[in-house]
Structures are given as C-alpha cells and as structure tokens.
Ligand binder design. Structure first.
Ligand code: SF4
Ligand code: SF4
Length: 450
C-alpha cells in the first residue's frame, strides 16, 4: 500500500512539473515568434557542424581553459547522469528498484561508478564556481547588471546542483549499506567508488534508518530535479536547452559582414553611382520591398533569432569582458543588451497575455529608451569582439546596430560628428568636407613638380 501511495505521489509530481514546464516553453516560443522573420534554413550541413562544434563540443568555452573544463564536467554530468534519472523515473512510476540492473549486468556497475565520479566532479566544479562568483574579484561578475536577481539566479542553481549531487551520493551510500545487509528490495547492483566514502556517516544507523536515508535522498534527488525542470525556463540556465538550436541557427555570413537593408542599399547604390540627382532607374527583377519601419525600436522589430538569442544568453559576461567600450569605462555592456532584450520581450509577452492577445497601441514603452539608452548604443565600436567571444554565437552587436538604425533612420538622431559625416556623404559623396572627386587633386601638384 505504501508503495502504491508513493507511486501515486510520484505520478502527480511528474505531471505537475511536466505541465508547468511545457506551459512555460509554450510562452517562450510565443514570445520568440513576436520577432520579425529571418531565413536561417540554408546550408544545413554547416549548421549541424556548427552546433556539434560550438554547443556539443563547447569549442568556445575552452578558450578560457579553467572555467571551460569545469563547465565541460558539469555539462557531461548533466547529460550522462540523466540516464540515472531515467531509471529513477521508471522506478518511481512502477515501484521497482534499480530497474536497469538486471538488463545491463556488469555494465550497470560500470555506469553507476562513472556517474559517481561525474557527480563528484560536478560537485567540486559547482563549489569552485560559487567561490569564483562570490569571493574572487572577477570584474565580469561584479558589473552593475549582475546585482540582484541575476546574481541570485546563478547562485541558486549552483547550490541546488551541489545539494542534488550530495543527495545522489548519499542515496548510493545508503543503498550500498542496505545491499550489504541484504535488506528486502535492495538487490545487489551498482558499484560505489565515491559514495563508499560517505558510508561511515550512515553505517551506525539501524536498518530502518538506512532505508530512510536512501528513500529520503531518492525523493530529494528526484523532487529537486523536477523543481529544476520548472525553474530552468525562468532562469539564464535555460541555455542548457537553447544553446543547441541557437547555434544551429547561427549567422553563417563571414565575420564583419553586416547585413544591408535591400531597399536602402538600392538608394545608396544610385547615389554612389555618380549622380545623386539621377532619376531612379527601373531595377531588374524584384524590387526590394520597403520595410514598414527601419531598424529596431522594440523587440517586435528584432528578428525571432535575436529574441531566441536573448533567451539563450548565459549571462557569462565573456562579451562584456572583451568589449573595448566597456573596458574604457563607457556605459555599454553587451551582456546587459541581451538581458534587457529578454526582460523587455518577457514584459511584452505578459502584456499581450493580459490584453487577451490584442497588443493594440502597446504600453508606451520600448526596448530603445526605456531599457537601452542612446549613450550605450553610440559607445559601440562595431568591433565584433563580443560576437567572437560568445560561447554560443550570440550577437549583441546585431541588436545594437539595429537600434542605431532606428535612431538614425526613424528619428534622425545621431551624435554631431556622425551627422556631419552623413551630410558630407550626402553632399560630397565622401565622408570629408570636400567632394570625393577632389580627393586625388594633391597628386596634380606632384605631377607639375616633376
Ligand atoms: S561590437 Fe560593440 S558591444 Fe560588441 S565588443 Fe565591440 S564595442 Fe563592444
Ligand atoms: S551574449 Fe554570449 S558572451 Fe555575452 S553574456 Fe550572453 S552568453 Fe555570455
């Protein structure tokens, strides 16, 4: 009877966690789809290779070897220990115990031993990460945008992972003792190279005490994992899922190549062709459609990929740590750009839900201005260092450039030196205060002298 009640509770917990997880995923999907369309379905082979290299292979993480290797351990632990979680799920639903053991034989012992070493590795890495974040003076963890919730979010997950790994090892330690005592239900299965060190903690307990520790740790472990499942889509740790599609849909154009707006490029081509006053020629083929608005003022003006990037951002700060504008004390932090974008799209998503799906005139706010200031945008040098440094191929620079486009093309707002340069290009066909045709005139004097 007790087993049956346990199975029922487990089923209810599993369904509840599944419900909240899928509901949240549905909302994130809806929010991402608020973005403009962009085609990223080409060059599929290259996309799979990029995802395998960058997301699965963590190729950009290990550029900083200490943090990279520890992250790799946590990543491997997350993937492989899930095999153990699968067994726990089956055991929980059907009232079995170590259900895989009879089928896998000695390989099961090898697997459990491997999981234990991984659990120890994850535990150590999380403790080191906690110390780095909270005790060491590492600048990227102390930026203004990392105060409050972002800091707590990072710490919560690390502490939970430490507790989960400890529960996993305690469960195995008590199981090992129960097996040695030949207790009912505890079949001889698994090897416990790490948890054996915890066995002295529980060896003095009665049989009932050992079972209570094993069951308690089992329930703590699985309830912790189900809670983690519900929590993760609200956290920066959602990157453990989104890193894969985000790298698959990477921008595959060569680094430094900026996207042009076709309708605008046509006008510029005409202007640069020599006669800025020439009548527009009839273009061959399809005429590029003029966009409803230029650049991005709010999240709906960004592409769905840029919104996906906002949800994928791990808030690691590698982009900010290499940003020359940030390094020279400017207000700009590319990490904050991604965090602001995610906060704003969340706000818009909630407002749309509250309005029953009718966004109407909006809420009078926008990403540009209410979240990201002009000062931040104009501090960017378009150097691409943030894009290069991001471990999952996010481009904060893309969002910055789109918002600058909005400032210039929609609001005619730009710092004075840039406005002067625009006027020169328009009037002289060159960024200087002299016509482009005069640029080589100094060579005439040389020719006369010779
Ligand atoms: S592109 Fe802009 S935001 Fe990115 S690193 Fe360079 S200056 Fe900073
Ligand atoms: S954009 Fe990339 S590098 Fe910057 S904080 Fe996010 S994940 Fe890290």
């Amino acid at each position: 009877m007790a087993h049956l009640i346990g199975q029922l509770i487990f089923l209810v917990l599993l369904c509840t966690a599944g419900f909240f997880f899928t509901r949240r995923i549905g909302q994130i999907r809806k929010n991402i789809k608020l973005g403009r369309d962009v085609d990223r379905s080409d060059r599929k082979g290259e996309r799979w290779a990029t995802m395998a290299r960058v997301a699965m292979g963590q190729s950009k993480m290990v550029v900083r070897p200490v943090a990279g290797i520890m992250h790799l351990v946590i990543y491997a632990g997350f993937i492989l220990i899930n095999i153990e979680v699968l067994e726990i799920l089956i055991d929980g639903l059907f009232g079995t115990h170590r259900v895989f053991a009879p089928y896998l034989g000695e390989f099961y012992d090898v697997l459990i031993g491997l999981f234990e070493w991984l659990a120890l590795g994850v535990l150590v890495a999380c403790v080191v990460f906690l110390a780095r974040r909270n005790l060491l003076p590492i600048a990227r963890f102390r930026s203004p945008e990392m105060k409050g919730w972002p800091k707590n979010d990072a710490n919560i997950i690390l502490v939970v992972e430490v507790l989960l790994m400890f529960a996993f090892l305690s469960m195995n330690a008590a199981d090992g003792i129960a097996q040695a005592r030949g207790l009912d239900h505890y079949i001889a299965a698994g090897s416990f190279p790490v948890s054996q060190w915890l066995q002295p903690l529980y060896a003095g307990l009665s049989d009932a005490g050992v079972v209570a520790v094993e069951r308690g740790a089992w329930w703590f472990h699985i309830v912790g994992i189900l809670s983690f499942l519900v929590y993760v889509p609200y956290s920066k740790h959602f990157h453990i899922f989104l890193a894969f599609p985000n790298t698959w849909y990477s921008d595959l154009t060569p680094a430094g190549q900026l996207d042009n707006m076709a309708a605008v490029k046509k006008e510029v081509d005409l202007m640069m062709s020599g006669d800025p006053f020439a009548a527009p020629a009839e273009p061959a083929g399809d005429t590029p459609a003029e966009p409803a608005s230029f650049g991005a003022k709010d999240v709906q003006d960004l592409t769905w990929k840029q919104l996906m990037e906002a949800y994928s951002c791990t808030e690691c700060g590698r982009c900010t740590s290499v940003c020359p504008a940030n390094a020279t004390g400017k207000l700009l932090s590319p990490r904050k750009v991604m965090m602001d974008t995610r906060d704003r799209v969340e706000e818009v998503g909630r407002a749309i839900n509250a309005a029953g799906g009718d966004w109407g005139q909006g809420d009078g706010k926008s990403l540009l201005g209410d979240y990201i200031s002009e000062e931040e945008l104009w501090a960017c040098t378009s150097c691409q260092a943030c894009v290069e440094a991001c471990p999952i191929n996010i481009s904060p620079m893309g969002i910055i450039l789109d918002m600058r486009r909005s400032l210039i093309m929609e609001d005619s707002k730009a710092p004075e030196p840039i406005t002067a340069m625009f006027n020169n290009v328009e009037n002289n066909g060159a960024p200087w205060a002299f016509p482009a045709a005069d640029r080589g005139k100094w060579t005439d004097e040389l020719a006369n002298e010779s």
